[in-house]
Design a protein around this ligand. Sequence first.
Ligand code: PLP
Length: 438
Amino acid sequence: DTVQTDLDARARELDRAHVFHSWSAQALIDPPVLAGGLGSTVWDHSGRRWLDFSSQLVNVNIGHQHPAVLAAIHAQVDELATVAPATAALARGEAARRIVDRAPAGFRKVFFTNGGADANENAIRMARLHTGRDKVISTYRSYHGNTGAAIVSTGDWRRIPNEYARGHVHVFGPYLYRSEFWATTLEEESERALRHLERVVQSEGAASIAAILLETVPGTAGILIPPPGYLAGVREICDRYGIVLILDEVMAGFGRTGRWFAFEGYDVVPDLITFAKGVNSGYVPVGGVIISDAIAADFDETVFPGGLTYSGHPLAAASIIGALDAMEAEGIVDNARRIGAEAIGPGLEELAERHELIGEVRGEGVFWALELVSDRDARTPLTAGAMGEIKKGLSARGLLPFVQDNRIHVVPPCVVTDDEVAQAMAIYDEVLGIAGRG
Ligand code: PLP
């Protein structure tokens, strides 16, 4: 009705007038109005609905408005809404215990932050203090967050105007579809990417390198599943040269790949694990570092030089407890694994058979990318203009997409159902059909 339509108009008007948005030319954007959601669906004030195949910023793993998470937050609000970091709070301890219970043996401590960037920031600080070294190696195809060391660790275009932190070195990671190593098989790609990494370590001076920081599965950069042996090989290089391995599980962790941690699938155990997003599906902002015993022990008798007013905020802690318990009880991580293998993967492969535009399908769990090309042989990325039309087309047909460069990332909540996946496939099919006709 008109009142509800007015609310959408008002939201848009206030947003345009007063809200300054991330990573945007402010006058050139037109963000959608969202007013509510449930599970894998969101809607505006007027009741227009979309299937949320973005999970917002790939963070709403448990789906929208999960009642167990809401109840946990409500109960904590009534008990104690805020508390200083230098206190012992039951909810904070319970949240930390649930996180380390899912980590490998030898991880018993969690440092809570406000989000993913400051998780990486603090992991880098710990690695530098632990090794007494300075440099951090990360990949060009990465995103690690928007603060000092995290944005300079980031490889993509967002790093370039922000390069004020020192001691950062970048390498190319494995990505067979657009290999930097002239590789034609996954094995070659893995081997050559490892050789490149080791040569950079040696050339930079191994004794100057504190950490190698990698997204277990690079997310924003294209859901680049690591080839066999790559992460295990990185672990070996770290061990050979005394380098701390930080795996960024901010996007890949807590169910997205169909496992609690993405690295469980790749025969590797890091020294530091950073997380955010899926741990509580972003109902309250939070992130953190899971610290191996060897690094945690450095700060038993020595002060850790870092902290945050909201480290382990009780509402964040309560939301983690609510989210992790519900994900466990309801088999939500298992659902992500099953639906990836049985519905999303096969559905996207079928689309690739029908649409020349799809150059590659890759992913697992609820973490998939369609790489769109105008020429399959030359692998020419589809233009920004064409991608913009596809994004509009998907949204107009009731699917909230995640579009990045020349890719559609198919990243619904872990609770997505077979029926919702079927609806989404029909929408992708229709829109790719129109785009393919040019
Ligand atoms: N690391 C990865 C892999 C991410 O995908 C992101 C955000 O998208 C971040 C770090 C930064 O997290 P935040 O935006 O919570 O600071």
